[in-house]
Design a protein around this ligand. Structure first.
Ligand code: DAT
Ligand code: MG
Length: 149
């Protein structure tokens, strides 16, 4: 079962979109296996976005993601990484399709509401950065046979 890591970013929490965003992944069929509400530290933000270190937008990105609390979620499901990315929409909200989270609720790249892992490998690394093994529960959901073939 594939895993992916989601951040409901500060703008989404501030705008009261936390429930709306979690709902979209849940109704897609992804199974929550870990979730918490926290303020991301400077060092954790720099670790999470290490691939973007040195880019012109890096400082602003770290500043944004640490600016107020977020909700972090680990999800499980078939093709969880690609499914979540599709549900999130393109990085630049002006290119995000209507019906995606960013296409429905965002206008600017620096306020794009949600993070989703871009590969299975990175998903596992990101989950490991935010959760201990004890905080993750891969549980049998009663609806699983109606979502996973
Ligand atoms: P995504 O969040 O869709 O995975 P990404 O990993 O390429 O996108 O970049 C991480 C975040 O960094 C993205 O959500 C917004 C910001 N970002 C990316 N490219 C940017 C750019 N050219 N200008 C400003 N912010 C950018
Ligand atoms: Mg990314």
């Amino acid at each position: 079962m594939e895993r992916t890591f989601i951040i409901v970013k500060p703008d989404a929490v501030q705008r009261g979109l936390t429930g709306e965003i979690i709902k979209r992944f849940e109704q897609r069929g992804l199974r929550i296996i870990g979730m918490k509400f926290l303020r991301i530290s400077q060092s954790l933000a720099e670790k999470h976005y290490a691939v973007h270190a040195g880019k012109p937008f890096f400082a602003g990105l770290v500043n944004y993601i640490t600016s107020s609390p977020v909700v972090v979620i680990a999800f499980e499901g078939t093709n969880a990484v690609a499914a979540a990315r599709k549900t999130i929409g393109a990085t630049k909200p002006q290119e995000s399709e209507a019906g995606t989270i960013r296409g429905d609720f965002a206008l600017e790249i620096g306020r794009n509401l949600v993070h989703g892992s871009d590969s299975v490998e990175n998903g596992l690394i990101e989950i490991g950065n935010f959760f201990t093994e004890a905080e993750l529960n891969s549980w049998p959901r009663n609806t699983d046979p109606w979502i996973f073939e």
